[in-house]
Design a protein around this ligand. Structure first.
Ligand code: OOB
Length: 555
């Protein structure tokens, strides 16, 4: 890592330690606890691959030493861009064990995102599949590696196609039982324990939805993430009987840790991994593995709700389905439980920290269910403020500000952004409009931040605008989210073109593909206007544009 992470002030840190939130143990130690308690229970199911808790911990340790053998060291940033798979989990745990800091990328990310983030953290390795869904990630990783000054190694979970790629599988699948015996495992564990990373140091980097063009990385410490996971697991009632189905992209905070993959593993439960939320595959997995809990965005939950009744599958093992990431309409919320034969748990949270949801035993309470629930920790501080930054009267709507034991005080190496996103006394400005009920439950009402939430994927308009401006025909551009019945929002690009030039949506998408930005950020709709409305500061007036598009006065 090239820069230090933003610490909590020492008095807050002391409070969280004294309260027992921060326990001073790295995440790898908690995962080994599960392996000690439940060595032979199945921890991971990925297609035909089934691994026990002990298998996972041993493979992670083996990989950790293998990565160390490649010259990777504690504190090194590595980009992880892997599908939901057992390898993702073992890689993540290996990073925790060695103190490498995985940056959780998404599979659709391309040159633009990978390069800027790899540069930002000075990445030492890129961990990718060889090919995934007909895309050559290994070749992409090499193109990125060649452009990044830190010259990261390319490590792949598949068969490497190039001699300068490192195959990860042989590093994970050692032959302990025959060659080294159990002693080898214990010795390796002791060696890794002896060089374990500092619990107050960075464990992983999550990507922020962000609103500007710069990559914003959220560094989560071992202490803070372990506490987050422990609390949300307790609130959700997880135990060794839990069978969690991971279908959302594992690099997202929601399926990774709320309670998600890591929460389930730490509870001694079983994680079933699927690479996509396709209903038929999901229902088949629920039936086959007796899944008890899964997580979805509203758009995905709606698809499941529509298709479950005719699936012919036995979904009776499901206790609850978590839905979060974007606004869930009350109508859809009312249908999910009955259709899937389980309870609905709404979840409002963010990679920046704060998580709110109703405790598991309150999911039948109708009044409570109309909210997104209270924060998971008594140490979470919430404040609702008006435009002028002063608190609104109790129950009023305003922007939510938050602080707490698992909400870091700043993004990684981004002082200018931090001055905007955090107050001087450390509150994170969520950019969400909420109200808080007398019982302390949060109701999300809207948003003040300039961000597009397309089916739970967050898109920074500024990031797309910058690249669109590079297209020669474009004189001026604004990117905004327009309401969509399925995804919540879709990406709309409004442009003014230079005289005599023209532009098509296909042309824009081709230009953005060439520029290497993830396809989910591409505009779904293009509107060409003779002129754009402006704010007094001379920027495109997005509210005016939205009103214009709403009225249908623009094609
Ligand atoms: C989750 O995390 P992120 O970092 O992808 O996005 C956070 C943002 C929030 O600030 C809010 O704008 C929106 O996503 N959001 C919701 C919501 N949950 C998240 N908006 C309305 N209703 C909800 N229930 O999206 C995330 C992380 C952990 C758990 C759950 C979601």
């Amino acid at each position: 890592m090239r820069h230090p992470i933003v610490p909590w002030p020492s008095d807050a840190a002391a409070t969280y330690r004294e309260a027992g939130c921060w326990r001073g143990r790295p995440l790898g130690a908690f995962l080994w606890d599960a392996a000690d308690r439940h060595p032979t229970r199945t921890a991971l199911v990925d297609g035909g691959t089934r691994l026990t808790h002990l298998d996972v911990a041993e493979r992670a340790d083996r990989l950790a030493e293998g990565l160390a053998g490649l010259g990777l060291e504690r504190g090194d940033g590595v980009l992880v861009q892997l599908p939901n798979s057992w390898e993702f989990v073992v890689v993540t745990m290996a990073c925790f064990r060695l103190g490498l800091v995985p940056v959780m990328m998404l599979l659709p990310h391309r040159e633009y995102e990978l390069t800027s983030i790899a540069e930002h953290v000075g990445a030492r390795a890129l961990l990718v599949p060889s090919r995934w869904r007909d895309f050559d990630h290994e070749a992409l990783a090499h193109r990125v590696a060649a452009r990044v000054p830190s010259r990261p190694r390319v490590l792949t979970t598949g068969e490497p196609a190039r001699p300068d790629s490192v195959a990860l599988r042989p590093l994970m699948e050692g032959r302990d039982e025959s060659a080294e015996g159990r002693g080898g495992v214990a010795e390796r564990r002791a060696r890794l324990d002896a060089r374990a990373p500092s619990p107050s140091g960075p464990a992983l980097f999550l990507l922020s939805g962000g609103t500007t063009g710069l990559p914003k990385l959220i560094s989560r410490t071992h202490d803070d993430y372990a506490y987050n996971i422990r609390r949300v697991s307790a609130v959700c009632g997880l135990d060794a009987e839990t069978v969690y189905l991971a279908v959302l992209p594992a690099g997202h905070n929601f399926p990774l840790a709320n309670p998600g993959i890591l929460g389930t593993l730490m509870a001694g439960g079983r994680v079933v991994l699927l690479p996509s939320p396709r209903p038929a595959a999901v229902f088949a997995a629920v039936e086959a593995e007796r899944v008890t809990v899964t997580a979805a965005t509203p758009a995905i939950a709606l698809r499941w709700t529509e298709e479950a009744p005719d699936s012919g599958r036995d979904l009776s093992s499901l206790l609850f389905v978590q839905v979060g990431g974007s606004m869930l309409s009350p109508e859809v919320a009312a249908r999910i439980g009955p259709a899937l034969g389980c309870r609905l748990q709404q979840m409002y949270g963010m990679a920046e920290g704060l998580i709110c949801c109703l405790p598991y035993d309150m999911l039948d309470d109708e009044a409570a269910r109309a909210t997104q629930g209270p924060p998971i920790s008594p140490y979470d501080e919430l404040k609702v403020v008006g435009r002028d930054g002063t608190p609104v009267p109790p129950g009023g709507v305003g922007e939510l500000l938050t602080r707490g034991p698992y909400t870091p005080r700043g993004y990684y190496a981004a002082p200018e952004q931090n001055a905007v996103s955090f107050t001087a006394d450390g509150w994170y400005r969520t950019g969400d409009l909420v109200r808080i009920t007398p019982e302390g439950r949060v109701v999300v009402c809207g948003r003040v931040k300039d961000l597009i939430n397309r089916g739970g994927e967050k898109i920074a308009p500024g990031e797309v605008e910058v690249l669109v401006q590079e297209i020669p025909a474009v004189a001026e551009a604004a990117v905004l989210g327009l309401p969509d019945p399925v995804l919540g929002e879709r990406v709309c690009l409004v442009v003014r073109v230079h005289p005599g030039r023209s532009l098509t949506l296909t042309g824009v998408r081709a230009a953005l593909t060439a520029r290497g930005i993830a396809a989910f950020k591409h505009p779904d709709r293009l509107v060409v206007l003779a002129d754009l409305p402006h704010t007094p500061l001379g920027k495109p007036d997005k509210n005016a544009l939205r009103a214009l598009l709403d009225q249908g006065t623009a094609a």
